[in-house]
Design a protein around this ligand. Structure first.
Ligand code: NAI
Length: 719
C-alpha cells in the first residue's frame, strides 16, 4: 500500500507501506498510482514527496510476483506519470533504494538521501536488467561508464558515492522526509523540464564504441556464460545511442528474453535458497525458530596455519575479541605478521581502522579458558585433534562451544573426547577463510540444537553464508566433490587431457576446471588424504598402485603425478606447467601428455575420443547422484542447502542455480537415463549407479525441485 497525507500545508506526502522493505507489490503500485493522481488533482497540493515507512525507501520488486501472472498497474507508466507531473516530486530516500525503488526515485525530479542509505540496481544478480526505465535513465543521469559499472555488477553504492556520481542531489544526516518536505516547498514553481531525466541525452563520453567493446569483452569474461550482464551492456548502449523511446523499446525486448530464460529462474532460485538455509532444522525436529543461541562474547582459534589465520581475521573483523593460539614459535611469529597484514589490507579496502587489538596471541592453550567459543584449526590429524579436544574440555569454562574446522574427520568422535559432547560442532570454513563466504556448520548426533543455533548465529554475524549439515565423511561439499574429481581422473585414463576436461567445465561456467583448481590448491593435500584412507599405496608385489582398490575402480594417476614432486602452482608443475613456482598462468604440459600415454600403454588402456558432453555428464551427474544420496541420508535438509554450498564454496556458476537445481532443469529422467548408461559402461564405478531417491523421484513423476521435500517425506514415511 501507499498512504497519502497533506503535510506542511501544501506538500502531498506519499509513504510506501509494505514491510519489511516496502517491496513494490501490486497493492503498493496501485497505492502509488492513486496517491500521485490525488496529489496532482488536489489544488492545495503544490509539490510531492515520496518516502518509505520504517526507515526504508524501497527494496524493489516483489520477487514472489515473478512466477505468477502480472497483476496491478505496471511500473513503467507509473514512473512516467511521476516524471511528467506538473508539480515537483522529491524522493526522500532512507535505508535503501534498490531496483524498482531506485527506478521510482529516478523518475522523481529531485532525490535527497540520508547519509546511511544504500542505492543500487541489483537486477542483474537475479538474471534480469533494470527494466522500468533504469537502464535508460541512469546513464542519462550519471554518464555511461558509471552506469555500466552499476548496472552490469548490481553493486550498491553509499549515499556519499551516489552524491559524487550525481545520482542524488543532496545527502543529509537529519530526518530525510523533513528535509525533503522543506526542499520540495522551496522548488515549487521552478521549471521542471531540466529535471526530467528521460528528456536528457547521455553526457558525452569520448570513444563510446571502444568503451562498449572493452566493457562487453570484460563483462563476457566475468559472466562465465551468464546472459544478463551482456544484456545490461546492450541496454546501456541503447541509452547512449538511441532516443529515449527507442531505448525503452530495446530495454523491453531484452527484458522479455531474460525474464523467460532458465538463467533468471536459476538466479531467483538462488536468491530464495540463500534465505531458506537460515531456516534450518535437525533430524530431532529442533529448528531455527525454536532454538536459542548462547551468547558469544570472547572467541579463540587454535592453530594459526592457512585456515586459523583467516578465521581469526574474520572473527576480529566482525568485532569479536580473539585469543589466537599457535604452539610453534616460528609459525606464531609468521601468523602475527600475516594476520596484521590481512587486517590492514581489509580495513584499507573498507575505509575503516584495522582492528589489530582485537587479537591476543599466545603459545599456551590455557589462555582460552575464558572463551565462549573455540575453533580448532590444527593439522588434519585425528590423534592430534583428539588431544586438543581433551585439553579444551579440561580448560574451557562450562558451556563453551567447542568447534572444529576439520574438512572431513568425524565430529562425533571428537565430541566423544569431551565432557559436554552436546557442545561440539564443526565450523567448516573454506580457504581463504576471510574471503570465502561459505561456512558448513556440522552437527553430530549428540550436538545440541543450542550449539547449532550458536554456531549458525556466529556464522551470520561474521558475514558467512552458513549451512547446517549432518556429520558424514566430507560433509556435503567435499563428499560430492570426491565423485566429480574421480570422474575427471577416469576420463584422463580413458583418453582425455587435463585441458579438455577443464575447458568443458569452464565453458559450463566454473571459474576453474578441476585440474586447474587442484594445481591452485596443491595436489599434495588430496594425496595426503588418500594415503590416510589407505589408498595411493603401491601393491607390494607389482610395486604399482592398483587400479582397483577396496573393491572398486581407482585411478592412481594423481598419486603418480605427486610422486614426481608435481604439486601444482607452488612447485611450478602439476597438471599444467608454470614458468616459475608460484606463477598463476599454466600452459599445457607435453610431459603430462606423454605420462598419460605411457600410463595407458602400461595398463593396456586404449585412448578414445571424449567430447565435452561426456565430461559434463560424467563429472556433474555423478556429483548430483551423490547429492541425492546426501538428501536420502538426511545429511542436508533439502536441495537448497546443497546448491547454496556449491554456489558459495565451489564456484558453481550461480546462473545455473547449483547442482540439484541444474538436475531439475535438465530433467530428472534424463539424469537417471545417463547415469544408467554410464554405470552400464563402467559397472566398477559405484558412484555412477543411480541412487534410490533419484529413481523414486522419477517414479513419482519428477516433481519440481520445490516439491522434492514432500516426496522425500512421503517416501520416508512409507519405509
Ligand atoms: P596448516 O598446516 O596450515 O596449519 C595448522 C597449524 O596448526 C600449524 O601452524 C601448526 O603449527 C598448528 N598446530 C598444530 N598443533 C597445534 C597445537 N596443539 N596447538 C596449537 N597449534 C597447533 O593447516 P590448515 O590448512 O590451516 O588446516 C587446518 C585445519 O583446517 C585442518 O583440519 C584442515 O583439514 C582444515 N581445512 C583446511 C582447508 C585448506 O584449504 N587448507 C580448508 C578447510 C578446512
Amino acid at each position: 500500500m501507499a498512504a497519502f497525507a497533506r503535510v506542511s500545508g501544501s506538500v502531498g506526502l506519499i509513504t510506501l507501506q509494505n514491510p519489511p522493505v516496502n517491496a513494490l507489490s501490486a497493492a503498493v503500485r496501485q497505492g502509488i498510482v492513486d496517491s500521485v493522481q490525488r496529489a496532482l488533482r488536489e489544488p492545495e497540493v503544490k509539490c510531492v514527496v515520496i518516502c518509505g515507512q520504517n526507515g526504508i525507501f524501497c527494496g524493489g520488486a516483489d520477487i514472489r510476483e515473478f512466477s505468477g501472472p502480472m497483476s496491478g498497474p505496471p511500473l513503467i507508466p507509473m514512473i512516467h506519470s511521476i516524471e511528467v507531473a506538473a508539480k515537483p516530486v522529491v524522493a526522500a530516500i532512507e535505508g535503501s533504494a534498490l531496483g524498482g525503488g531506485l527506478e521510482i526515485a529516478l523518475g522523481c525530479h529531485y532525490r535527497i538521501a540520508h547519509s546511511k542509505t544504500r542505492l543500487g540496481l541489483p537486477e542483474v544478480t537475479l538474471g534480469l536488467l533494470p527494466a522500468a526505465g533504469g537502464s535508460q535513465r541512469l546513464p542519462r543521469l550519471i554518464g555511461v561508464p558509471a552506469a555500466l559499472d552499476l548496472i552490469t555488477t548490481g553493486r550498491h553504492v553509499t549515499a556519499a558515492e551516489a552524491l559524487q556520481l550525481g545520482m542524488v542531489d543532496q545527502v543529509t544526516d537529519r530526518n530525510v522526509t523533513d528535509v525533503a518536505v522543506k526542499f520540495a516547498l522551496s522548488v515549487v514553481g521552478k521549471p521542471l523540464d531540466a529535471r526530467r531525466i528521460s528528456m536528457h541525452s547521455c553526457p558525452h563520453s569520448p570513444d563510446l564504441d571502444e568503451l562498449f567493446e572493452r566493457t562487453m569483452q570484460h563483462v563476457r569474461q566475468r559472466a562465465r556464460g551468464a546472459i544478463a550482464p551482456v544484456a545490461c551492456v546492450q541496454a546501456v548502449r541503447a541509452a547512449a545511442t538511441l532516443p529515449y523511446a527507442q531505448g525503452m523499446e530495446k530495454e523491453r525486448e531484452l527484458m522479455a528474453t531474460l525474464f523467460t530464460s532458465g538463467q533468471a529462474r536459476a538466479l531467483q532460485y538462488c536468491f530464495f535458497a540463500q534465505r531458506a538455509i537460515g531456516r534450518w532444522s535437525m533430524p530431532s525436529g529442533a529448528r531455527w525458530d525454536t532454538s536459542k543461541p548462547r551468547p558469544v562474547h570472547k572467541t579463540a582459534v587454535i592453530g594459526l596455519g592457512t585456515m586459523g589465520r583467516g578465521i581469526a581475521v574474520t572473527l576480529a573483523q566482525a568485532g569479536f575479541p580473539v585469543i589466537a593460539v599457535e604452539n610453534h614459535e616460528k609459525q606464531l611469529m609468521a601468523a602475527k605478521q600475516a594476520i596484521s597484514g590481512m587486517l590492514e589490507r581489509g580495513a584499507k579496502r573498507r575505509g575503516v581502522t584495522p582492528v589489530l587489538n582485537k587479537i591476543t596471541y599466545s603459545r599456551d592453550i590455557q589462555s582460552v579458558a575464558n572463551a565462549d567459543l573455540v575453533i580448532e584449526a590444527v593439522f588434519e590429524d585425528m590423534a592430534l585433534k583428539e588431544k586438543v579436544f581433551q585439553q579444551l574440555s579440561a580448560i574451557c569454562k562450562p558451556g563453551a562451544l567447542l568447534c572444529t574446522n576439520t574438512s572431513g574427520l568425524n565430529i562425533d568422535h571428537l565430541a566423544s573426547q569431551v565432557r559436554n559432547p552436546e557442545l561440539v560442532v564443526g565450523m567448516h570454513f573454506f580457504a581463504p577463510a576471510h574471503v570465502m563466504k561459505l561456512l558448513e556448520v556440522v552437527y553430530g548426533p549428540r550436538s545440541s540444537s543450542e550449539a547449532l543455533a550458536t554456531a549458525m548465529a556466529v556464522g551470520k554475524k561474521i558475514g558467512k553464508v552458513s549451512v547446517a549439515v549432518g556429520n558424514c565423511q566430507g560433509f556435503v561439499g567435499n563428499r560430492m566433490l570426491e565423485h566429480y574429481v574421480e570422474q575427471a581422473l577416469f576420463l584422463l585414463e580413458e583418453g582425455a587431457t587435463p585441458e579438455l576436461v577443464d575447458q568443458a567445465l569452464e565453458e559450463f561456467g566454473f571459474a576453474m576446471g578441476v585440474f586447474r583448481m587442484s594445481d591452485l590448491s596443491g595436489l599434495d593435500i588430496g594425496w595426503r588424504v588418500r594415503k590416510g584412507k589407505g589408498l595411493a599405496v603401491p601393491d607390494p608385489t607389482t610395486g604399482q598402485t592398483a587400479r582397483v582398490q577396496q573393491g572398486r575402480r581407482y585411478s592412481p594417476v594423481a598419486d603418480l603425478i605427486c610422486e614426481q614432486g608435481r604439486f601444482g602452482q607452488k612447485t611450478g608443475q602439476g597438471w599444467y606447467q608454470y614458468n616459475t613456482p608460484g606463477s598463476r598462468v599454466g600452459k599445457p604440459d607435453p610431459w603430462v601428455h606423454n605420462f598419460l600415454k605411457d600410463y595407458r600403454a602400461r595398463h593396456g588402456l586404449v585412448a578414445r575420443r571424449i567430447d565435452h558432453q561426456e565430461v559434463l555428464e560424467r563429472c556433474l551427474y555423478s556429483m548430483i547422484n551423490e547429492g541425492f544420496r546426501i538428501l536420502e541420508d538426511g545429511i542436508a535438509a533439502g536441495p537448497e542447502d546443497i546448491d547454496v554450498i556449491y554456489v558459495f564454496g565451489y564456484s558453481w556458476p550461480r546462473h545455473r542455480g547449483g547442482p540439484m537445481f541444474y538436475a531439475h532443469m535438465v530433467g530428472l529422467p534424463k539424469v537417471l537415463e545417463r547415469l544408467e548408461h554410464y554405470h552400464q559402461a563402467h559397472p566398477d564405478v559405484p558412484s555412477l549407479q543411480p541412487c534410490n531417491l533419484l529413481r523414486k523421484l522419477v517414479a513419482n513423476g519428477s516433481p519440481p525441485i520445490q516439491k522434492w521435500k514432500e516426496v522425500m517425506k512421503k517416501i520416508n514415511s512409507r519405509l
